[in-house]
Design a protein around this ligand. Sequence first.
Ligand SMILES: Nc1ncnc2c1ncn2[C@@H]1O[C@H](COP(=O)(O)OP(=O)(O)OP(=O)(O)O)[C@@H](O)[C@H]1O
Ligand SMILES: [Mg+2]
Length: 132
Amino acid sequence: MSQSLVVVHALHKSYQTAAGTMPVLKQVDFNMEAGDFVAIMGPSGSGKSTFMNILGCLDKPSSGEYTLDGHTVAQLDNNALAQIRSQTIGFVFQGFNLLSRASLLDNVALPLVYAGVHKAERQARARVLLEK
Ligand SMILES: Nc1ncnc2c1ncn2[C@@H]1O[C@H](COP(=O)(O)OP(=O)(O)OP(=O)(O)O)[C@@H](O)[C@H]1O
Ligand SMILES: [Mg+2]
C-alpha cells in the first residue's frame, strides 16, 4: 500500500513565552490521503492555526514526524520549506494578502517568479487563471 499524502506522528509544538514554555500541540497523530477534503475544528486557542502552519510548511514542530508526499519535512531549514511550499502546497487565505503596489496580474503571477518561470509564461498562466 502506498503511503498517505500527509503523515503526522507524535507531533508536539510549544511556544516560548515570557511565562515559560507553553505546549500547544501534544502528541498529534494525523493522516490524509490524496483527494481528502478535511476541516480542522476546535475552540479558539486550541491550536488549529498552529497545526495548519506546520502542515503548510510555514513553521516547524518542536518534535515529532511530518511526512508530506513521501518527504520528511519536519526539520527542514527555512529555504527548503520555502521550496516545498513553492512546489507542493497551495494556500487560500481568509484575507487575500494581495500586494497593493502590484497589479492584479502581477499578484497572481508572483509565485511563478520564485518558481523560476520566465515572464511571458508567468503572465500567460496568470491570465488563464484570472479568466477562470
Ligand atoms: N507565536 C506564538 N507565540 C506564543 N503563543 C502563541 C503563538 N501563536 C499562538 N500562540 C498561542 O497558542 C495557542 C494556540 O493558538 P492558535 O492560534 O493555534 O489557536 P487557534 O485554534 O487557531 O485559535 P483561533 O480559533 O482563535 O484562530 C493559543 O493559546 C495562542 O495564544
Ligand atoms: Mg486560528
